[in-house]
Design a protein around this ligand. Structure first.
Ligand code: NAD
Length: 378
Protein backbone atom coordinates (compact mmCIF):
# COMPACT_ATOMS: atom_id res chain seq x y z
CA UNK A 1 0.00 0.00 0.00
CA UNK A 2 1.22 3.53 -0.78
CA UNK A 3 0.04 6.75 0.75
CA UNK A 4 -0.90 9.66 -1.50
CA UNK A 5 -3.99 11.20 0.00
CA UNK A 6 -4.13 12.29 3.59
CA UNK A 7 -7.10 13.58 5.52
CA UNK A 8 -6.54 15.45 8.76
CA UNK A 9 -9.46 15.68 11.18
CA UNK A 10 -9.28 18.84 13.27
CA UNK A 11 -7.59 22.02 12.06
CA UNK A 12 -6.46 23.34 15.46
CA UNK A 13 -2.95 23.74 16.86
CA UNK A 14 -1.82 20.28 15.75
CA UNK A 15 -4.05 19.58 12.76
CA UNK A 16 -3.09 22.61 10.69
CA UNK A 17 0.62 22.01 11.43
CA UNK A 18 0.44 18.35 10.39
CA UNK A 19 -1.43 19.40 7.23
CA UNK A 20 1.33 21.85 6.34
CA UNK A 21 4.13 19.38 7.03
CA UNK A 22 2.41 16.71 4.90
CA UNK A 23 1.75 19.08 1.99
CA UNK A 24 5.37 20.23 2.10
CA UNK A 25 6.38 16.63 1.41
CA UNK A 26 4.11 16.37 -1.62
CA UNK A 27 1.01 14.69 -0.18
CA UNK A 28 -2.49 15.74 -1.20
CA UNK A 29 -4.12 16.87 2.02
CA UNK A 30 -7.73 17.42 2.98
CA UNK A 31 -8.14 19.37 6.20
CA UNK A 32 -11.47 18.75 7.88
CA UNK A 33 -13.14 20.64 10.73
CA UNK A 34 -16.71 21.05 11.90
CA UNK A 35 -17.10 24.69 10.85
CA UNK A 36 -15.81 26.64 7.88
CA UNK A 37 -14.60 29.47 10.13
CA UNK A 38 -12.12 27.13 11.88
CA UNK A 39 -10.80 26.02 8.51
CA UNK A 40 -10.45 29.61 7.31
CA UNK A 41 -8.35 30.41 10.38
CA UNK A 42 -6.22 27.30 9.90
CA UNK A 43 -5.58 28.10 6.22
CA UNK A 44 -4.58 31.65 7.21
CA UNK A 45 -2.07 30.28 9.70
CA UNK A 46 -0.61 27.91 7.11
CA UNK A 47 -0.33 30.77 4.62
CA UNK A 48 1.40 32.93 7.26
CA UNK A 49 3.86 30.15 8.06
CA UNK A 50 4.65 29.52 4.38
CA UNK A 51 5.10 33.27 3.73
CA UNK A 52 7.58 33.37 6.60
CA UNK A 53 9.53 30.51 5.03
CA UNK A 54 9.60 32.39 1.73
CA UNK A 55 10.85 35.55 3.44
CA UNK A 56 13.62 33.51 5.10
CA UNK A 57 14.41 32.01 1.68
CA UNK A 58 13.78 28.47 2.89
CA UNK A 59 11.34 27.88 0.03
CA UNK A 60 10.55 29.80 -3.16
CA UNK A 61 7.31 31.66 -3.72
CA UNK A 62 6.38 29.12 -6.37
CA UNK A 63 6.96 26.22 -3.96
CA UNK A 64 4.89 27.99 -1.32
CA UNK A 65 2.04 28.34 -3.79
CA UNK A 66 2.26 24.65 -4.75
CA UNK A 67 2.31 23.53 -1.10
CA UNK A 68 -0.68 25.69 -0.21
CA UNK A 69 -2.65 24.44 -3.22
CA UNK A 70 -2.17 20.82 -2.08
CA UNK A 71 -4.31 21.50 1.01
CA UNK A 72 -8.08 21.47 0.57
CA UNK A 73 -10.26 22.62 3.45
CA UNK A 74 -13.49 20.61 3.75
CA UNK A 75 -16.37 20.49 6.22
CA UNK A 76 -18.21 17.53 4.67
CA UNK A 77 -16.83 14.36 6.27
CA UNK A 78 -17.90 12.06 3.42
CA UNK A 79 -16.09 14.20 0.84
CA UNK A 80 -13.08 14.58 3.13
CA UNK A 81 -12.63 10.82 3.39
CA UNK A 82 -13.63 9.76 -0.13
CA UNK A 83 -10.15 8.92 -1.46
CA UNK A 84 -8.25 8.88 1.81
CA UNK A 85 -5.28 6.52 2.32
CA UNK A 86 -4.23 7.79 5.75
CA UNK A 87 -6.49 9.66 8.12
CA UNK A 88 -4.78 11.56 10.95
CA UNK A 89 -7.17 12.53 13.70
CA UNK A 90 -6.31 15.63 15.77
CA UNK A 91 -9.61 16.52 17.46
CA UNK A 92 -9.65 17.59 21.15
CA UNK A 93 -8.28 15.21 23.78
CA UNK A 94 -11.65 13.99 25.09
CA UNK A 95 -12.26 10.25 24.93
CA UNK A 96 -16.03 10.50 24.37
CA UNK A 97 -15.51 13.01 21.56
CA UNK A 98 -12.86 10.82 19.91
CA UNK A 99 -15.21 7.83 20.08
CA UNK A 100 -18.06 9.85 18.55
CA UNK A 101 -15.76 11.06 15.76
CA UNK A 102 -14.54 7.52 14.94
CA UNK A 103 -18.15 6.26 14.80
CA UNK A 104 -18.92 8.98 12.22
CA UNK A 105 -15.72 8.23 10.31
CA UNK A 106 -16.44 4.49 10.22
CA UNK A 107 -19.80 5.16 8.57
CA UNK A 108 -18.21 6.82 5.53
CA UNK A 109 -14.53 5.83 5.26
CA UNK A 110 -13.43 3.32 2.63
CA UNK A 111 -12.24 -0.01 3.97
CA UNK A 112 -8.53 0.51 3.22
CA UNK A 113 -8.11 3.86 4.99
CA UNK A 114 -5.60 3.69 7.82
CA UNK A 115 -6.68 5.48 11.00
CA UNK A 116 -3.99 7.30 12.99
CA UNK A 117 -4.65 9.26 16.16
CA UNK A 118 -2.50 12.15 17.33
CA UNK A 119 -3.61 11.65 20.94
CA UNK A 120 -0.99 12.54 23.60
CA UNK A 121 -2.35 10.49 26.48
CA UNK A 122 -5.40 8.39 25.56
CA UNK A 123 -5.06 4.60 25.14
CA UNK A 124 -4.61 3.69 21.47
CA UNK A 125 -6.06 0.19 21.91
CA UNK A 126 -9.23 1.46 23.55
CA UNK A 127 -9.95 3.91 20.71
CA UNK A 128 -8.93 1.32 18.09
CA UNK A 129 -11.30 -1.29 19.49
CA UNK A 130 -14.39 0.83 18.96
CA UNK A 131 -13.58 1.17 15.25
CA UNK A 132 -14.18 -1.32 12.44
CA UNK A 133 -10.40 -1.78 11.97
CA UNK A 134 -8.23 -2.03 15.09
CA UNK A 135 -5.58 -3.81 12.99
CA UNK A 136 -5.31 -0.70 10.75
CA UNK A 137 -5.30 1.75 13.66
CA UNK A 138 -2.17 3.38 15.10
CA UNK A 139 -0.99 6.26 17.32
CA UNK A 140 1.01 8.96 15.54
CA UNK A 141 2.06 11.49 18.15
CA UNK A 142 3.44 14.68 16.60
CA UNK A 143 4.88 17.29 18.97
CA UNK A 144 3.92 20.93 19.12
CA UNK A 145 4.57 22.77 16.84
CA UNK A 146 4.63 20.04 14.16
CA UNK A 147 6.28 22.42 11.70
CA UNK A 148 9.38 22.63 13.93
CA UNK A 149 9.49 19.57 16.15
CA UNK A 150 11.34 16.62 14.63
CA UNK A 151 10.00 13.89 16.90
CA UNK A 152 6.96 11.73 16.18
CA UNK A 153 6.11 8.84 18.50
CA UNK A 154 4.50 5.91 16.68
CA UNK A 155 2.37 3.69 18.92
CA UNK A 156 0.79 0.45 17.72
CA UNK A 157 -2.30 -0.76 19.56
CA UNK A 158 -2.63 -4.39 20.62
CA UNK A 159 -4.04 -5.45 17.24
CA UNK A 160 -2.12 -3.15 14.85
CA UNK A 161 -0.43 -5.16 12.10
CA UNK A 162 3.29 -4.92 11.34
CA UNK A 163 2.42 -3.67 7.84
CA UNK A 164 0.66 -0.63 9.32
CA UNK A 165 3.54 -0.01 11.75
CA UNK A 166 6.03 -0.04 8.84
CA UNK A 167 3.78 2.13 6.69
CA UNK A 168 3.44 4.72 9.48
CA UNK A 169 7.17 4.74 10.30
CA UNK A 170 7.90 5.31 6.59
CA UNK A 171 5.27 8.02 6.34
CA UNK A 172 6.83 9.87 9.30
CA UNK A 173 10.26 9.68 7.66
CA UNK A 174 8.77 10.86 4.37
CA UNK A 175 7.62 14.11 6.02
CA UNK A 176 11.21 14.68 7.25
CA UNK A 177 10.46 13.74 10.86
CA UNK A 178 12.18 11.25 13.15
CA UNK A 179 9.91 8.42 14.27
CA UNK A 180 10.44 6.72 17.61
CA UNK A 181 8.51 3.51 18.03
CA UNK A 182 6.79 3.05 21.38
CA UNK A 183 6.42 -0.71 21.08
CA UNK A 184 3.58 -0.99 23.56
CA UNK A 185 0.54 1.16 24.16
CA UNK A 186 1.73 2.27 27.60
CA UNK A 187 0.43 5.23 29.60
CA UNK A 188 2.11 8.46 28.47
CA UNK A 189 4.00 6.68 25.68
CA UNK A 190 7.71 7.65 26.00
CA UNK A 191 8.11 11.41 26.38
CA UNK A 192 5.03 12.16 28.49
CA UNK A 193 5.77 9.19 30.71
CA UNK A 194 8.99 10.98 31.63
CA UNK A 195 8.00 14.65 31.28
CA UNK A 196 4.67 14.79 33.19
CA UNK A 197 5.94 13.10 36.40
CA UNK A 198 9.01 15.33 36.24
CA UNK A 199 6.97 18.51 36.64
CA UNK A 200 5.35 17.10 39.79
CA UNK A 201 8.70 15.88 41.07
CA UNK A 202 10.20 19.35 40.70
CA UNK A 203 7.41 20.74 42.90
CA UNK A 204 7.91 17.96 45.49
CA UNK A 205 11.63 18.79 45.44
CA UNK A 206 10.83 22.41 46.16
CA UNK A 207 8.69 21.34 49.16
CA UNK A 208 11.22 18.89 50.51
CA UNK A 209 14.47 20.78 50.01
CA UNK A 210 13.13 24.36 50.37
CA UNK A 211 15.15 25.24 47.27
CA UNK A 212 13.69 28.06 45.19
CA UNK A 213 12.11 27.63 41.78
CA UNK A 214 14.99 29.35 39.97
CA UNK A 215 17.54 27.24 41.86
CA UNK A 216 15.80 24.04 40.82
CA UNK A 217 15.34 25.27 37.25
CA UNK A 218 18.98 26.35 37.03
CA UNK A 219 20.11 22.92 38.27
CA UNK A 220 17.90 21.25 35.68
CA UNK A 221 19.29 23.42 32.91
CA UNK A 222 22.96 23.32 33.86
CA UNK A 223 23.32 19.97 35.63
CA UNK A 224 20.78 17.85 33.74
CA UNK A 225 21.43 19.60 30.40
CA UNK A 226 17.85 20.62 29.66
CA UNK A 227 17.33 23.53 27.24
CA UNK A 228 15.39 25.38 29.99
CA UNK A 229 14.13 24.84 33.53
CA UNK A 230 11.30 22.39 34.18
CA UNK A 231 8.98 25.04 35.71
CA UNK A 232 9.80 27.21 32.74
CA UNK A 233 9.02 24.35 30.36
CA UNK A 234 5.76 23.63 32.21
CA UNK A 235 4.70 27.28 31.85
CA UNK A 236 5.58 27.13 28.17
CA UNK A 237 3.62 23.88 27.65
CA UNK A 238 0.60 25.11 29.64
CA UNK A 239 -0.56 23.99 33.08
CA UNK A 240 -3.90 23.00 31.53
CA UNK A 241 -2.13 20.51 29.23
CA UNK A 242 -0.07 19.18 32.14
CA UNK A 243 -3.02 18.95 34.52
CA UNK A 244 -5.22 17.11 32.00
CA UNK A 245 -2.42 14.73 31.05
CA UNK A 246 -1.81 14.04 34.75
CA UNK A 247 -5.46 13.20 35.39
CA UNK A 248 -5.61 10.93 32.34
CA UNK A 249 -2.34 9.15 33.14
CA UNK A 250 -2.93 8.82 36.89
CA UNK A 251 -6.42 7.42 36.35
CA UNK A 252 -4.89 4.60 34.32
CA UNK A 253 -1.74 3.91 36.32
CA UNK A 254 -1.08 5.11 39.87
CA UNK A 255 2.61 4.26 39.54
CA UNK A 256 3.28 6.59 36.63
CA UNK A 257 3.01 9.93 38.40
CA UNK A 258 3.05 11.22 41.98
CA UNK A 259 0.65 14.18 41.56
CA UNK A 260 1.45 17.33 43.51
CA UNK A 261 -1.65 19.40 44.46
CA UNK A 262 -0.02 22.66 43.28
CA UNK A 263 -0.59 21.70 39.62
CA UNK A 264 -4.34 21.28 40.21
CA UNK A 265 -4.36 24.56 42.19
CA UNK A 266 -2.67 26.54 39.41
CA UNK A 267 -5.09 25.00 36.91
CA UNK A 268 -8.12 25.93 39.07
CA UNK A 269 -6.79 29.48 39.44
CA UNK A 270 -6.42 29.66 35.63
CA UNK A 271 -2.71 30.32 36.06
CA UNK A 272 -1.85 28.32 32.98
CA UNK A 273 1.66 29.62 32.25
CA UNK A 274 3.00 31.95 29.56
CA UNK A 275 -0.33 32.18 27.73
CA UNK A 276 -2.19 33.61 30.75
CA UNK A 277 0.68 35.79 32.00
CA UNK A 278 1.15 33.69 35.12
CA UNK A 279 1.86 30.08 36.04
CA UNK A 280 4.80 28.95 38.15
CA UNK A 281 6.37 32.28 37.16
CA UNK A 282 4.83 35.68 36.42
CA UNK A 283 5.17 37.11 32.90
CA UNK A 284 5.04 40.76 31.88
CA UNK A 285 3.38 40.56 28.50
CA UNK A 286 2.17 38.24 25.80
CA UNK A 287 5.63 37.91 24.27
CA UNK A 288 7.55 34.75 24.97
CA UNK A 289 9.87 35.34 27.91
CA UNK A 290 12.79 33.33 29.27
CA UNK A 291 13.59 33.01 32.97
CA UNK A 292 17.01 34.14 34.13
CA UNK A 293 18.76 30.93 35.19
CA UNK A 294 22.44 30.82 36.12
CA UNK A 295 25.21 28.34 36.87
CA UNK A 296 25.64 30.11 40.21
CA UNK A 297 22.03 29.30 41.19
CA UNK A 298 22.50 25.73 39.94
CA UNK A 299 25.21 25.17 42.54
CA UNK A 300 22.65 25.48 45.34
CA UNK A 301 20.95 22.16 44.66
CA UNK A 302 21.75 18.60 43.67
CA UNK A 303 18.71 17.58 41.55
CA UNK A 304 19.16 13.94 42.46
CA UNK A 305 15.52 13.05 43.14
CA UNK A 306 14.60 14.66 39.83
CA UNK A 307 17.08 12.65 37.77
CA UNK A 308 16.19 9.58 39.85
CA UNK A 309 12.52 9.87 38.88
CA UNK A 310 13.41 10.40 35.23
CA UNK A 311 15.65 7.36 35.13
CA UNK A 312 13.11 5.27 36.99
CA UNK A 313 10.40 6.01 34.43
CA UNK A 314 12.83 5.43 31.56
CA UNK A 315 13.83 2.11 33.16
CA UNK A 316 10.16 1.15 33.52
CA UNK A 317 9.79 1.53 29.73
CA UNK A 318 12.71 -0.87 29.21
CA UNK A 319 11.52 -3.41 31.78
CA UNK A 320 8.07 -3.38 30.21
CA UNK A 321 9.51 -3.78 26.70
CA UNK A 322 7.99 -0.54 25.43
CA UNK A 323 11.34 0.93 24.42
CA UNK A 324 15.10 0.75 24.84
CA UNK A 325 17.72 3.22 26.05
CA UNK A 326 18.91 4.53 22.63
CA UNK A 327 15.31 5.17 21.53
CA UNK A 328 14.43 6.83 24.84
CA UNK A 329 17.51 9.07 24.58
CA UNK A 330 16.53 9.97 21.01
CA UNK A 331 12.99 10.84 22.14
CA UNK A 332 14.26 12.98 25.04
CA UNK A 333 16.69 14.78 22.75
CA UNK A 334 14.17 15.50 20.01
CA UNK A 335 11.04 15.86 22.14
CA UNK A 336 12.41 17.75 25.16
CA UNK A 337 15.65 19.17 23.78
CA UNK A 338 17.98 17.37 26.22
CA UNK A 339 21.53 18.19 25.17
CA UNK A 340 23.13 15.15 26.78
CA UNK A 341 21.83 11.57 27.15
CA UNK A 342 20.23 11.26 30.59
CA UNK A 343 21.93 7.92 31.35
CA UNK A 344 25.28 9.63 30.74
CA UNK A 345 24.36 12.50 33.03
CA UNK A 346 23.40 9.87 35.60
CA UNK A 347 26.99 8.59 35.60
CA UNK A 348 28.16 12.06 36.68
CA UNK A 349 25.91 11.76 39.74
CA UNK A 350 26.75 8.07 40.28
CA UNK A 351 24.16 5.39 39.67
CA UNK A 352 24.63 3.90 43.15
CA UNK A 353 23.92 7.27 44.75
CA UNK A 354 20.80 7.75 42.62
CA UNK A 355 19.47 4.30 43.51
CA UNK A 356 20.14 4.94 47.21
CA UNK A 357 18.18 8.21 46.92
CA UNK A 358 15.25 6.41 45.28
CA UNK A 359 15.28 3.78 48.04
CA UNK A 360 15.20 6.46 50.73
CA UNK A 361 12.39 8.31 48.94
CA UNK A 362 10.52 5.06 48.57
CA UNK A 363 10.69 4.28 52.29
CA UNK A 364 9.62 7.86 53.14
CA UNK A 365 7.02 8.55 50.46
CA UNK A 366 5.90 5.23 48.99
CA UNK A 367 6.06 2.82 46.10
CA UNK A 368 6.22 5.48 43.36
CA UNK A 369 9.95 5.84 44.06
CA UNK A 370 10.79 2.14 44.29
CA UNK A 371 13.75 1.62 41.92
CA UNK A 372 12.83 -0.27 38.78
CA UNK A 373 14.57 -3.67 38.43
CA UNK A 374 16.31 -2.47 35.25
CA UNK A 375 18.01 0.36 37.17
CA UNK A 376 19.24 -2.14 39.75
CA UNK A 377 20.64 -4.32 36.97
CA UNK A 378 22.93 -1.73 35.35
N1 NAD B 1 -1.53 21.04 21.58
C1 NAD B 1 -0.49 20.25 21.83
O1 NAD B 1 0.53 20.69 22.38
C2 NAD B 1 -0.53 18.81 21.42
C3 NAD B 1 0.67 18.12 21.23
C4 NAD B 1 0.63 16.79 20.80
C5 NAD B 1 -0.59 16.16 20.62
N2 NAD B 1 -1.75 16.87 20.85
C6 NAD B 1 -3.01 16.15 20.63
O2 NAD B 1 -3.55 16.54 19.36
C7 NAD B 1 -4.98 16.50 19.42
C8 NAD B 1 -5.52 17.85 19.01
O3 NAD B 1 -5.02 18.83 19.90
P1 NAD B 1 -4.98 20.38 19.52
O4 NAD B 1 -4.15 21.03 20.57
O5 NAD B 1 -4.65 20.56 18.09
O6 NAD B 1 -6.52 20.78 19.75
P2 NAD B 1 -7.28 22.09 19.26
O7 NAD B 1 -8.37 22.31 20.24
O8 NAD B 1 -6.33 23.19 18.96
O9 NAD B 1 -7.92 21.64 17.85
C9 NAD B 1 -8.89 20.66 17.73
C10 NAD B 1 -9.71 20.95 16.50
O10 NAD B 1 -10.59 19.86 16.28
C11 NAD B 1 -11.80 20.37 15.82
N3 NAD B 1 -12.87 19.38 15.93
C12 NAD B 1 -13.68 19.10 16.96
N4 NAD B 1 -14.52 18.09 16.63
C13 NAD B 1 -14.19 17.72 15.37
C14 NAD B 1 -14.69 16.75 14.46
N5 NAD B 1 -15.70 15.96 14.79
N6 NAD B 1 -14.10 16.64 13.24
C15 NAD B 1 -13.08 17.46 12.90
N7 NAD B 1 -12.59 18.40 13.71
C16 NAD B 1 -13.14 18.54 14.93
C17 NAD B 1 -12.01 21.63 16.62
O11 NAD B 1 -12.98 22.49 16.03
C18 NAD B 1 -10.60 22.20 16.62
O12 NAD B 1 -10.38 23.04 15.50
C19 NAD B 1 -5.35 16.06 20.83
O13 NAD B 1 -5.54 14.68 20.86
C20 NAD B 1 -4.10 16.44 21.64
O14 NAD B 1 -3.93 15.67 22.80
C21 NAD B 1 -1.75 18.16 21.22
Amino acid sequence: MTIKNITILGSGIMGHGIAQVSAMSGYNVILRDIEQQFLDKAMEKIKWSLDKMVSKQKISEEESYKIFSRITPEVDLGKALKNCDLMIEAVPEIMDLKKKVYAEVDAVANKNTVYASNTSTLPITEIANITSRPERFIGIHFFNPPQLMKLVEVIPGQKTTQEIVDLTMNFVKSVSKEPVLCRKDVVGFIVNRIFIPLVHEAVWTMDRTKASMTEIDSAIKFKLHFPMGIFELADFTGLDVIHKATIEMYSRDKKVVNPHPLIQKLFDQKKLGQKTGSGFYEYAGEKYERINLTEELAKKIEPIQIIGTMLNNAAWLVTNQASDIPEIEKALNLGMGLRKPIFETAKEFGMTKIIRELQTLSSNYGKFYEPDPYLLSI
